[in-house]
Design a protein. Structure first.
Length: 306
């Protein structure tokens, strides 16, 4: 009756990975219970999410072929676009179908954008690719575009591209405060997007910086973002709170792969109570100020809440 913080299934978003060229769902070794899906299995997973009351699903595509420009990312017949269309066909408007927008899963070098001969990411050249990908995702049926590449100016470029293509009603959830975190490790296996050289510290945020996060949020909102995200979640609860206090738009938080894997591993060893740890972690993210939470436990938790 007097609980100050509560979770609702509609506030949860389920991340899914869809891999081209596999016949059956492929388990991800570092993320127990999570799979690289086929087109058929992701439809079933989306339907289960709807039945549980989950509010949204976000799609990460894993193409069979990669190149330096990440050409598969905006291919109308690429795995991401096919998966988005499949999920929309399966769920209609019962689930908010979100598209993650980055190039790391699609490039042969594993970086989030176009790489120069010197081996650095070319911010401005990458923006042209992001614009094309956003339009392709919207045409495939995405109801919300979530750019995660952390390129300067990405939200404004994507907003203009969507508007010019006739998708002025498609909102943008900006990964505004995405940190250069060690907690992304299992995701590298799931999305097959680990950089072949260097790292992403030039465009992701320093874990020691909080004011920078607020500046990034301000910039993204000025460019037209409808929602902002903090990633990861548990190590950045203070940032979530500061962002939530500073803005008047929904704030999302991504409970990332490493956070998921740590609890699963500890539970498997009998060191923590799995179900209680999951609920405590998610409640803390909600208490910090997140109105939307991306979690690999979304469907499981939604069922429990329901």
């Amino acid at each position: 009756m007097v609980a100050e913080t509560s979770l609702r299934p509609a506030e949860l978003v389920l991340p899914v990975f869809v891999k081209e060229g596999i016949a059956d769902p492929r388990p991800i070794s570092s993320m127990p219970g999570v799979f690289q899906h086929t087109r058929e299995s992701v439809r079933k997973t989306a339907a289960e999410a709807v039945e549980a009351g989950v509010g949204g699903i976000i799609v990460f595509g894993v193409p069979a072929d990669k190149d330096a420009a990440g050409s598969a990312a905006d291919d109308p017949h690429g795995i991401s676009q096919l998966a988005l269309a499949d999920i929309r066909a399966e769920t209609g408007d019962d689930l908010v179908v979100m598209a993650d927008l980055c190039l790391c899963e699609y490039t042969d070098h594993g970086h989030c954008g176009i790489v120069t001969p010197a081996g650095t990411v070319d911010n401005d050249a990458t923006l042209d690719r992001y614009a094309a990908v956003a339009v392709a995702q919207a045409r495939a049926g995405a109801q919300l575009i979530a750019p995660s590449g952390m390129m300067d100016g990405q939200v404004g470029v994507i907003r203009r591209a969507l508007d010019e293509a006739g998708f002025a009603d498609i909102p943008i959830c900006a990964y505004s405060a995405k940190y250069a975190s060690a907690f992304y490790g299992p995701f590298r296996e799931a999305a097959e997007g680990a950089p072949k050289f260097g790292d992403r510290a030039t465009h992701q945020q320093d874990p020691g910086n909080a004011l920078e996060a607020l500046r990034e949020v301000e910039l993204d909102l000025a460019e037209g973002a409808d929602m902002v995200m903090v990633k990861p979640a548990l190590s950045y609860l203070d940032v979530i709170r500061r962002v939530a206090d500073a803005v008047r738009v929904p704030v999302a938080a991504y409970q990332v792969s490493g956070e998921f894997a740590m609890i699963e591993a500890a539970a498997a060893n009998g060191w923590v109570d799995r179900d209680k740890a999951i609920m405590e972690a998610l409640t803390s993210i909600r208490r910090a100020g997140a109105s939307v939470i991306l979690s690999y436990w979304a469907t499981e938790v939604a069922r429990r809440l329901g």
